[in-house]
Design a protein around this ligand. Structure first.
Ligand SMILES: Cc1cc2nc3c(=O)[nH]c(=O)nc-3n(C[C@H](O)[C@H](O)[C@H](O)COP(=O)(O)OP(=O)(O)OC[C@H]3O[C@@H](n4cnc5c(N)ncnc54)[C@H](O)[C@@H]3O)c2cc1C
Length: 296
């Protein structure tokens, strides 16, 4: 195995163009497990750790540009206000050691349906900045996941950053696991209220071949909130609306039975998490979180 150590982003892109099978390594918390278990024996390993810009972030007017190698702990420490859903999801990842190494770029690279960043990115709205020597393109997060552990990157492309919409309302993340830490999700649910556009977005993890949004549930809730004047009044969401939202969210799942849980359990749990996260976020919106713009 050859070890490539580009010192700059341009060098990394050139190396990836020359060796498209080279496996990038950021925190290594997925890559090294695969190598140690002999699941993967790449010809080239490409260390991205000398490229400082990948560990930086910029807070813009509408979105945060998160460098591909920014670790979860930095999101939790620095971006809780701008990216509350992702910060909550980061909290649930593994242990402090893993959160200090692993990050969103690696989660996207692996594209496991169980990755914790995905539901939060889907709910917030995000784009992946992918680059190669051919140029840069922005991949909407909804189009990024193409199959089980597959993503939309071309063989010569690298993730440079993820652009995530700044929260304009409450966000929540809920995860079912067999214990409270160091556990891959049995299933997970992210929800973001977007009062500016009067929309709700969701993300489901570990309950389909890829991370997915519960689009029918979103459409139903968006219509119900609009028709009932909920955004203006901030009144309590009726149990029948919450129940229907939960059922549609459960219906968006396409889970399998595996060692972590049965398909039926996952579907049921996603419904429960959808209802709970809706309750939590709506209470936040009704309370101190409700802005005058939201009520306008
Ligand atoms: C003990 C343990 C517990 C874990 N628990 C969780 C958990 O609770 N939740 C969870 O979601 N994950 C968990 N993981 C998995 C892992 O920590 C995450 O997926 C993490 O986000 C990976 O980030 P990384 O920087 O370490 O990626 P790496 O291992 O460096 O890379 C992961 C993949 O992304 C690719 N990649 C990395 N950077 C780039 C880039 N810039 N461009 C293109 N491709 C790139 C790599 O080639 C590789 O295919 C756990 C892992 C371990 C070892």
């Amino acid at each position: 195995m050859d070890f490539l150590r580009p010192a700059s982003w341009e060098e990394a892109l050139a190396a990836k163009a020359e060796h498209p099978t080279a496996v990038p390594i950021a925190g290594g918390t997925d890559v090294m497990v695969e190598i140690n278990f002999d699941h993967r024996r790449p010809e080239y390993l490409m260390d991205l750790n000398r490229i400082g810009e990948l560990s930086e972030w910029q807070v813009g007017q509408d979105s945060v540009r998160l460098g591909a190698s920014v670790p979860y702990s930095a999101v939790m420490d620095n971006l809780r206000a701008e990216l509350p859903g992702l910060a909550l999801a980061s909290h649930t990842v593994a242990s402090p050691q893993i959160r200090n190494r692993g990050g969103v770029g690696g989660n996207l690279g692996t594209a496991s349906p169980a990755g914790d960043a995905h539901p939060a990115l889907l709910a917030a709205g995000a784009e992946v900045e992918a680059a190669s020597v051919r140029g840069t393109r922005m991949i909407p997060i909804d189009e990024f996941y193409t199959g089980v552990k597959r993503n939309a990157l071309a063989p010569d492309e690298l993730i440079r950053a993820v652009h995530i919409k700044k929260a304009d309302g409450p966000q929540q993340y809920s995860k079912v696991g067999t214990r409270n830490a160091m556990v891959i999700a049995v299933c997970a649910f992210g929800l973001a209220l977007h009062p500016e556009t009067r929309t709700v977005r969701t993300g489901i993890g570990s309950a389909a071949p890829t991370p997915v949004r519960a689009k029918e549930a979103e459409d139903f809730l968006n219509a119900a909130l609009e028709e009932g004047g909920f955004w203006e009044s901030g009144k309590i969401i009726t149990p029948s609306v919450a129940k229907q939202f939960a059922q549609l969210a459960a219906g968006a799942c396409n889970p399998i039975d595996d060692v972590r849980g049965t398909a039926a359990y996952r579907r049921h749990a996603v419904g429960i998490m959808a209802r709970r996260t809706l309750g939590w976020t709506w209470e936040q919106y009704r309370g101190a979180g409700r802005t005058l713009e939201g009520a306008a």
